[in-house]
Design a protein around this ligand. Structure first.
Ligand SMILES: NC(=O)c1ccc[n+]([C@@H]2O[C@H](COP(=O)([O-])OP(=O)(O)OC[C@H]3O[C@@H](n4cnc5c(N)ncnc54)[C@H](O)[C@@H]3O)[C@@H](O)[C@H]2O)c1
Length: 379
């Protein structure tokens, strides 16, 4: 699926022109010249819950973007969003379609429940907006394929799509992956990963506990880690097998049908494997909680989140010490891609393969047998 990092000149000119129209307060246009572009990209935020407000706050200091509009169906959430971005005097909407019709908006940042991602992404791309949408891409194979196709068509028109897989922008993950691919540690043969919650999930988001709305924890949460596996191996998994269940999440939660624990193993090319232990509740012993990915290589190991490796003499070697917010970096990169016509690192291909790897794992958990990539994915 490797494609050029840069949009073609024709594609770039088209998207640059759309930024020009917006910042001049003119209708967005798909024709025109790159030199017409003025000022920062105008962003519209759709979904102002916990994640949407976090993204909104992280966007306030971006030099290459400005908040143009905010939207939530819930009036109180909309009020909070307007308050956070008051210095930019954004327009407020309770309808996403009304925001999409706002010609002053170049790009949308979507942070709504998972079951809305595909529909809202496709509508936004078709309305001519660039899109940053939270993970996952869609809730099932059909939705992911629909979004991927819409992204491919939109890229032809010079539009950008980025998915909220922000670890791709964290300097420690980036350096760990660069090191793993450098040849120095030898082939990566196995990854052991863990996503163990530090607390029991909050009950104030009913959509999270319905598989048809969240896609289950294996998709809604763990697609971050499936993306890391794909990134390290430079490929999607070939097959998956696993087992899971619900120890306590369904107690006192009518209609809850999601898992709260599972283990899944994925096979990658050349016999490499990745194993994930996912627990969405905690026990009082906090040392058992936390999120990590450990790569077992021919000559050493790498702790990706902490960018650590070990010498033959057993000494720890830090690959990168930079920290900071990966979400702020992801948004800054999105704004830069809009201005420079560059395809995002966490673009449509990465988003599709991470989401589909999670759906592959979910299918294996549902069926109780090993499932092949070709049984769920067609792209
Ligand atoms: N990348 C990350 O690390 C990360 C972290 C947390 C959540 N997320 C993702 O962000 C998304 C949102 O999660 P959350 O925790 O903020 O959920 P949330 O329930 O707190 O917020 C969702 C918001 O969307 C609004 N909404 C629902 N339908 C809408 C519509 N049609 N138009 C406009 N607004 C609408 C709701 O009113 C609510 O305010 C999910 O996809 C989740 O998986 C990503």
């Amino acid at each position: 699926m490797a494609r050029s990092h840069h949009l073609s000149r024709r594609q770039f000119l088209a998207h640059s022109a759309s930024l020009a129209g917006a910042s001049l307060g003119l209708p967005a246009t798909r024709s025109g010249r790159a030199e017409e572009r003025r000022g920062p990209a105008r962003l519209g935020f759709i979904g102002l819950g916990d994640r949407g407000r976090h993204l909104l706050k992280a966007s306030l200091d971006l030099p290459e973007a400005a908040v143009g509009a905010v939207c939530d169906v819930h009036p109180q959430r909309l009020k909070k969003g307007l308050e956070i971005a008051r210095a930019s005097q954004p327009r407020g909407y309770t309808s996403d379609r009304a925001l999409l019709e706002d010609p002053a908006i170049d790009a949308v940042v979507i942070a709504t429940p998972v079951f809305l991602h595909a529909e809202q992404t496709v509508a936004a791309l078709e309305s001519g907006k660039h899109v940053y949408c939270e993970k996952p891409m869609g809730i099932d194979p059909r939705e992911c394929e629909r979004v991927l196709a819409a992204c491919r068509q939109a890229e032809e028109r010079g539009q950008i799509y980025q998915i909220g897989l922000q670890r791709r922008y964290h300097p420690r993950y980036r350096e760990s992956v660069r090191f793993l691919r450098s040849g120095e540690p030898g082939a990566v043969r196995f990854i052991r990963a863990q996503w163990h919650a530090v607390s029991t999930p909050r009950r104030d988001k009913p959509w999270l506990f319905r598989r048809e709305k969240s896609g289950d924890i294996v998709l809604e949460q763990a697609c971050h880690q499936f993306d890391i596996f794909n990134w390290v191996f430079g490929a999607h998994p070939l097959r998956a097998a696993g087992m899971g269940g619900a120890h306590g999440v369904r107690e006192g939660a009518p209609g809850c049908d999601v898992l709260d624990h599972y283990g899944v193993i994925l096979e990658y090319p050349a016999g490499a494997k990745a194993f994930l232990s996912h627990l969405n509740y905690s026990i009082p012993e906090r040392r058992f909680a936390g999120i990590y990915e450990l790569a077992f290589c021919e000559r050493t190991g790498v702790d990706l989140a902490n960018a650590l490796t070990w010498t033959a003499a057993g000494q720890t070697r830090e690959l990168c010490s930079e920290g900071g917010s990966d979400t702020a970096r992801a948004l800054a990169s999105f704004a830069g891609c809009l201005v420079r016509g560059v395809r995002p690192d966490a673009g449509a291909d990465a988003g599709y393969e991470a989401s589909m790897a999670a759906i592959l794992a979910r299918s294996a958990l549902e069926r109780g047998t090993a499932v092949e990539w070709g049984e769920v994915a067609s792209a």
